[in-house]
Design a protein around this ligand. Structure first.
Ligand code: GLC
Length: 539
């Protein structure tokens, strides 16, 4: 049998370092904190961790504004702590991925300080300087060009003005950046998450973006000239060649703005290993969470990510409202369990954001508590991304076991009930559900690599199979609060299936009765025809 490949077959867990575990009592998470929780990640069944940025940063954009790409922010620890983390992660049988923020730097980075010091500075061309701005807008609001009085020119920034974009067309920039990758590879890092990689290059002639209808400036233009330029493709090939000169290294790109189809174009045998497709992250406001919507998303993904293109599955990250905040009512975890089942039974690498395994909700914050710049700017229409970045809820103590002092961001008040310690001892908890699903995924090859087959099923339900040679897994999800009956085809009688997981489940010889919000995962090792749709619903 083909070898288990960690980044394809395993589960990748995203850690937001400042909120995971504080080891030194300053209210901010750190590397020693992560080290102290590696056993927990093994218990959960994780194969790799991805750390959001840990480099020195003035935190204009909470670590995504870097002043030195080859150092550790002293608030998180030292390079020695990092080396220890790499060694210990490996010793625990896991891999480690770093977040590479290469599109821009902090305006406090030595390169930018030099660049802005005068027009004839050797690093002037390392950033994008112009006498006159074009019409490009910044993603976090306002014009993308900032006037610099000292040198009387404008510089470009896709995000905050504190995050000037690098000029990737300059060969020295390219060389310096590739050296950064090599620096971390040599330290034993297993892979990278590339922050907004499809923005690295901008139109060489700085043409104006065409206009379109939209609510805020950034959305009132089509982003034709400030992203997805053709120069990105050869760069991904060069990067891939470097990664391939080490064993089993990996790169996943964060595609920004562009549709899933574009993400698919960047990946393949000689390109990136993967790129995020954000198929399941839509707000409930615009895309109601329903089996029909989920099915549509899956089918589109399946068509785009075939052959050498391996998909990723993402429900949450540090930029998005948490899954439970989007799809659950109150503290009821039924919809979070459905989402977790999809994450861990679809074809593609699952990315699990810290705290999702216990169904953390976005922390409610008052206006004066908001720290994220776009939240400050657009409140109350958009409250920013702090909500999903709150401290991990380890236990029911005052600061949730995250810290001994008041953390940098408020702990969710539901942590007295909703925390890992409580869920660990409850067999029906989302945590135990997640753990069991991860274990199943490890055990059953069809769940990792099997073909995805969508089956027709009554409204309110989603039924699909994952098929590989000699194994069929069938997943049946009832999204509704009423029981729904599924008819069984001749030849697919219940005795042909072994229930692997269920939230409580009923059958007779001719139908499955899915209880409200029920989830059933079955295994068959015989060739079995699918369960067929039943038009009638049992009330
Ligand atoms: C990515 C990051 C986000 C950051 C932005 C600018 O989208 O995920 O957190 O603000 O890039 O670096």
């Amino acid at each position: 049998m083909e070898k288990y490949l960690w980044w394809r077959d395993g589960v990748i867990y995203q850690i937001y370092p400042r909120s995971f575990m504080d080891s030194n009592g300053d209210g901010l998470g750190d590397l020693q904190g992560i080290l102290s929780r590696l056993d927990y990640l093994v218990e959960l069944g994780i194969d790799a961790i991805w750390l959001s940025p840990i480099y020195p940063s003035p935190d204009a954009d909470f670590g995504y504004d870097v002043t030195d790409h080859t150092a550790i922010d002293p608030r998180f620890g030292t390079l020695a702590d990092f080396d220890q983390l790499v060694a210990e992660t490996h010793r625990h049988g896991m891999h480690i991925i770093l977040d590479m923020v290469m599109n821009h730097t902090s305006d406090q980075h030595a390169w930018f300080r030099e660049s802005r010091s005068s027009r004839d500075n050797p690093k002037r061309d390392w950033y994008l300087w112009r006498d006159r701005p074009n019409n490009w807008e910044a993603s976090f609001g306002g014009r993308a060009w900032e006037y610099d009085r000292t040198s009387a020119q404008y510089y470009y920034h896709m995000f905050l003005k504190e995050q000037p974009d690098l000029n990737w067309r300059n060969p020295q920039v390219r060389k310096a950046q590739l050296e950064v990758f090599r620096f971390w590879l040599e330290r034993g890092v297993d892979g990278f998450r590339l922050d907004v990689f499809n923005m690295y290059f901008k139109d060489a002639a700085f043409r104006d973006n065409p206009r379109q209808f939209g609510l805020r400036g950034f959305n009132r233009q089509k982003h034709v000239y400030d992203c997805d330029q053709p120069e990105m493709l050869p760069l991904t090939q060069e990067l891939r060649a470097m990664l391939d000169s080490y064993p089993e290294r990996y790169a996943v790109g964060e595609i920004f703005l562009s549709p899933t189809g574009r993400a698919a174009e960047y990946i393949g045998d000689q390109k990136l290993h993967a790129a995020f497709s954000f198929d399941f992250t839509a707000s409930e406001l615009f895309f109601p969470w329903s089996p029909a919507w989920v099915r549509k998303q899956i089918e589109r993904r399946e068509a785009l990510f075939a052959g050498e293109r391996w998909p990723t599955t993402v429900f949450a990250n540090h930029d998005l409202p948490r899954t439970a905040s989007r799809y659950c009512r109150g503290e009821d975890d039924a919809q979070a369990k459905l989402a977790m089942t999809l994450l861990l039974t679809l074809r593609g690498t699952p990315f699990l954001y810290y705290g999702e395994e216990i169904g953390m909700r976005d922390v409610p914050l008052r206006r004066e508590e908001i720290q994220d710049p776009p939240g400050k700017r657009y409140w109350p229409f958009y409250k920013g991304r702090d909500g999903c970045r709150a401290p991990m809820q380890w236990d029911g103590s005052e600061y949730a076991g995250f810290s001994t002092v008041k953390p940098w961001l408020r702990v969710h008040p539901d942590h007295f009930q909703r925390n890992l310690a409580a869920q660990r001892s409850n067999p029906d908890s989302l945590f135990n559900w997640t753990r069991k699903l991860i274990a199943l995924r490890k055990e059953i090859p069809a769940l990792r690599k099997g073909e995805f087959v969508s089956l027709a099923s009554p409204s309110g339900t989603l039924v699909y199979q994952r098929r590989s040679a000699g194994q069929t897994v069938q997943v049946m999800l009832n999204f509704t609060r009423k029981p729904i009956q599924l008819q069984i085809e001749a030849g697919a009688e219940p005795e042909k299936w072994t229930p692997l997981l269920s939230t409580g489940f009923h059958e007779n010889s001719r139908s499955w009765i899915l209880k409200p919000n029920e989830i059933v995962v079955l295994l068959s090792t015989q060739p079995a025809p699918p369960v067929k749709a039943s038009p009638q619903e049992k009330r």
